[in-house]
Design a binder for this molecule. Sequence first.
Ligand code: SF4
Length: 135
Amino acid sequence: MDFKIIPSTCSYCGTGCGVLFQVMDGRLVDTLPMKTHPVNQGRLCIKGWNLHEHVISEKRLKSPLIKKDGELQETTWDEAIKTAADGLKAVIKDHGPDSVAVLASAKITNEENYLVQKFARAVVGTNNVDHCARL
Ligand code: SF4
């Protein structure tokens, strides 16, 4: 059995608690609080204790879905991205860039969240950006 402890930072809110991910045989299995972290000092709220669960959930989507004929159907990433891009372009053309808002997620990394806001500002042309960690 291969067992590792990976230090990281909880991404669910701006507090930034230190966590320790337990990884067994290459699979994330649990989250523990980091006792030596200056922010949380060994404590986590209920969201932090369950930080790993969306990664290992059976309900996690592993391929994109597009609604066709009223039903969600699996599709390719290329088709999903083209469909989203075409929809965004149409809204921006008809109503302007500030008719679009971009909502980022705590379930992606800080680096990915940086790219989300960059996409909103530099590509879409709007400052309407928010993140669920602010809620
Ligand atoms: S969601 Fe909870 S555990 Fe995560 S950073 Fe915020 S306070 Fe800490």
